[in-house]
Every structure is written in C-alpha cells, then in structure tokens.
Design a protein around this ligand. Sequence first.
Ligand code: RFL
Ligand code: PHB
Length: 390
Amino acid sequence: MKTQVAIIGGGPSGLLLSQILHLKGIQSVVLERQSRDYVLGRIRAGVLEQGLADMLRSAGVGDRMDQEGHLHGGFDIAHEGQRMRIDLSGLTGGKSVMVYGQTEVTLDLYNARDEMGGIVVDNAQNVIPHNLTSGTPYVTYEKEGVSHRLECDFIAGCDGFHGVSRQSIPEAVRQEYEKVYPFGWLGVLSETPPVSDELIYNHSERGFALCSMRSKSLSRYYVQCDINEDVENWSDDQFWEELKSRLPTETAAQLITGPSIEKSIAPLRSFVSEPLCYGRLFLAGDAGHIVPPTGAKGLNLAASDIHYLSTAFIQYYTEHSETKLREYSQTALKRIWKAMRFSWWMTTLLHRFPENSDFDRRIQKAELEYLFSSEVARKVLAENYVGLPY
Ligand code: RFL
Ligand code: PHB
C-alpha cells in the first residue's frame, strides 16, 4: 500500500489531521492499535478552546458540537468556602470555551472519515516506522496475523504518550523535560445533573476537586487522590463523600449524587520531548507532550499541533515548499511551552502538595487571594484558559 502521509494513531490528533488533509486532496492512512469501540469508550477531555471548535467546523465536523455542546463564558474557582467566577467572556473581549466531550469529537471524526472513504485501519499491531531520514520512509504493521507495508512521503506520529513514534527518534537526538506530580485524579462520570451551570475548580485542605459536565444530565467529577491509589478501593459513596468534603458547604448541599457509569484514575504529568520531528517523522499531540489536566489544555494543544502540521503539509503539496515543515517543531513548541507553564501554574495553585512546607502553603494561599482580589490576575488566567492564539 502507498499513501502520502502515514498517520500512526487514531485518536483526535490523527483523525483530525487525516480529515483536514483529505479536504485538501492529500491522501493519508491512519493506523490505530486499538479497536474503534475501545477508542470511543475512553472518557477524557471535556473543554474545547475556540481555536479547536473553529478547526472542527472548518473540517466539516462541527455540526453536532454546535447543536449538543455548550458554550461556557466563565467558570468558578472555590477556596476557603468562597466561590469566585472567572468571567472568561468579560475578561477576554467575548471569548468562551465549548463543553463537548472528546469521546464525541472522536466519534464525529470517525463518522466523517467513514463518509468520505477515509482509510482507518483499526487493531493494527506492531506498528513500526522505518527509514525516517531517507526520502522513502515506510511503516510496517500486522493485522490479523498478516504483515503489511505502507509506503509514504511522511509519517505523522499521533500515537499518544505510550506510542511507538517518539521512541523511534534516537535517544541522542531527543531532549526530554518532565515533571511528575505526586498525586492523580480520580474521575467519576454519572448520569446526574451537574451541580452548577459552569465548571467549579475547588482548592481545599483535603485536596483539589473539579465539578465538570458533559451535558445537562451527565456530570463529570474529579478528586485529587494518592498516586498509588487503587480505583477498586473507592466505592461510589466514598467518592461522593470525599467530593462533598472539598466543596463549599452550599455547593455540597446542592450536589445530586447517583451511581457512577465510569470511574478511573489518571496520573498527572508535565512532559515535553524536543524536537517534534526527525527526518520525515513529525510528532503531534500527546506523542510529543503531556500536560496535567488542570488547565484543560491536552486536547487543545493536540489541535494546535495539527493546525501547524496540516498547514505545513498543505504548503508542501500545493507550493512544493518545505519551509513550514522545517519550522514545524519550533513553531509548535512555542505554543506548547506556554500551555505547559499555564497547566503547571494552575495545578500548583489548586492542589495539595504533600511535601509543601508551611511557607509554600502561605504562598499558595496568597496566590489564590490575589486572584480573588485582582481583575488583572483573573485576566491573565482567562486569556490562557480560553487559549492563546495559533
Ligand atoms: P490519544 O488520544 O492518546 O490518541 C493516541 C492514539 O494512538 C493509539 N496508539 C497507537 N496506534 C498505533 N500503534 C501504536 N504503537 C500506538 N500507540 C498508541 C492509541 O490507541 C490512541 O488511540 O492522543 P492524541 O490524539 O494526541 O489526543 C490527546 C488527548 O487525548 C489528550 O491530550 C487529552 O485527553 C487530555 N485531557 C484534556 N485535554 C483538554 O484539552 N481538555 C480537557 O478538559 C482534558 N481533560 C484530559 C482530560 C486527559 C485525561 N486523562 C485521562 C489523561 C481529562 C483526563 C482525565
Ligand atoms: C473534564 O470535563 O473532563 C475536564 C474539564 C476541565 C478540566 C479537566 C477535565 O480542566
């Protein structure tokens, strides 16, 4: 088989890239290790920046998002029993975020690829990129015991943090920057109405908690938990009790609880691998970087990578110029590091760090009080939360 761009990974990065390239007449094949049901069963992000929402619209996959998603013009931060609204729209000249699940984005992209005859190979095993520094790269994989070889002009590594693409770049070429946080997030999805119309990020002595949602009847809640915690040790009742203990009293009183329909623990990590390219291989999304979920930036960063990378491929195929491909890593990393800083800052602001000294705790309290008292501080937060320009 031969194509122009071989895409490893059928998550949001890979599917969006394939969809955008298709609309410009550029061929691609997506190789996904898991089954489609597995990919669509993963509960992940819920907050889309305007830049991503606009990209989905111009890629022809924004209709359901516009019908079923919810625009949020603000969110709350709670601290010491007080709730403070961050008026995203008022502080950013009218910008907002879209609350629409990553699962739905992925489903819309799969449906669009199917309708347009896109090739997405699922259950592709042992995917290996080859000949990266030559003009003739290719990818080998196995499906149902049969070996395949996919020849291509370029390889896009969109296979997430645990994928094969980043590992294919020689260690001597890769520079990795990492910060692992000493806690995780225990998340619950429940068919209950959200406790509030907008998201609430809660700082409390017992640790961080987030009240989020997918729709008017589907809630997503998270509590900071120990990194070594086993999800099996958390009954639904325990989860709700812990969540309530971290919310302002009035908010806790309004919380409607119910059985969980999904419960999982995610570790928190900041990670960047530089550069994002090696020969004809280009990394995008979680394959090249990870942020802790506190700033809601992971999926949105994947989208900005795909914006830069698709623009570069389009330039290559329509203008025969490699300029943007050569600049891709540098251009994408500039925005990535700003989102790294913001996600680290929001995580530091809102979590309980076991190793923190009394001094560290007073600084954290001062930082929260500054945010509650200064519109300038809230403006900086809002500008980053809605998403920096591409
Ligand atoms: P993905 O989604 O991990 O997809 C990669 C795909 O590659 C496949 N794969 C392989 N395929 C072939 N061969 C191999 N060797 C392969 N290895 C892996 C995988 O099966 C998978 O299908 O990466 P992508 O596309 O770059 O997308 C990134 C986002 O998924 C991620 O950044 C976000 O989910 C992060 N995130 C959030 N981001 C936001 O922007 N807003 C949020 O509100 C938000 N909340 C979250 C989050 C992530 C969370 N978790 C679970 C880490 C909340 C949570 C709890
Ligand atoms: C979510 O709804 O899953 C979500 C929302 C905001 C975040 C992280 C996760 O910052």
